[in-house]
Design a protein around this ligand. Structure first.
Ligand SMILES: CC(C)(COP(=O)(O)OP(=O)(O)OC[C@H]1O[C@@H](n2cnc3c(N)ncnc32)[C@H](O)[C@@H]1OP(=O)(O)O)[C@@H](O)C(=O)NCCC(=O)NCCS
Length: 169
């Protein structure tokens, strides 16, 4: 059964090529036009808060967190989250979510944003962000713009344009 053992570790540069491959497989060429991708291309993700699922040396799943600004508020953008097709439905996605969210919390982050399916992300504390307080760089279905408050009321009063933190004000 050793073949099916999965471990979790913070992402390292050696994982980059496999992660690119997993995301290509999961999201196809359309991934480059997505609003979240547009934000992520503004700068690096945070490797210490990004995790890989490993079977031996093989990356079978990945989740990344990227520092962003929403207006003047610091937050993190979660994604992409993807698991190799042969490894789906074994709890790997959930374990990656828990690892990255816990790491974000321990690092003192207050708010995590993502674009995705609410039914999948709700168990991890994500809710649809009400109203139109947050402006993404490309159109997003408002029912897919989700936020998770790591501290109570972290979303209160947050408004403005979302961009990579490295692009500044
Ligand atoms: C979404 C994804 C990361 C989940 O990975 P995983 O390791 O299979 O996840 P888990 O094993 O923790 O959970 C699987 C459960 O989530 C459900 N699920 C998967 N995608 C879902 C979605 N988009 N909406 C609702 N539920 C979903 C599965 O049906 C499964 O349910 P079950 O346990 O009742 O059968 C994986 O399916 C994937 O890589 N998908 C393609 C990329 C993608 O869509 N990423 C998310 C971006 S929004």
């Amino acid at each position: 059964m050793l073949n099916h053992v999965v471990t979790y570790a913070p992402e390292e540069p050696v994982h980059d090529a496999a992660i690119e491959d997993i995301n290509k497989e999961a999201f196809g060429p359309g991934r480059f036009t997505r609003a979240a991708y547009r934000i992520r291309e503004g700068g690096p993700h945070e490797r210490g808060l990004s995790f890989v699922a490993l079977n031996g040396d093989h990356v079978v799943g990945s989740v990344r967190l990227t520092p962003i600004l929403i207006g003047a508020t610091q937050a993190m953008l979660l994604g992409p989250l993807a698991v190799r097709p042969a490894w789906k439905k074994q709890g790997i996605g959930a374990a990656l979510m828990r690892a990255s969210m816990e790491a974000a919390r321990l690092a003192g982050h207050r708010l995590v944003l993502l674009v995705g399916d609410e039914p999948y992300y709700a168990p991890f504390g994500f809710r649809i962000i009400p109203g139109h307080q947050i402006e993404m760089p490309a159109p997003v279905d408002p029912t897919r713009l989700l936020g998770c408050e790591l501290e109570p009321r972290a979303l209160q009063g947050v408004e403005g344009k979302v961009r990579h933190a490295a692009t500044g004000g």
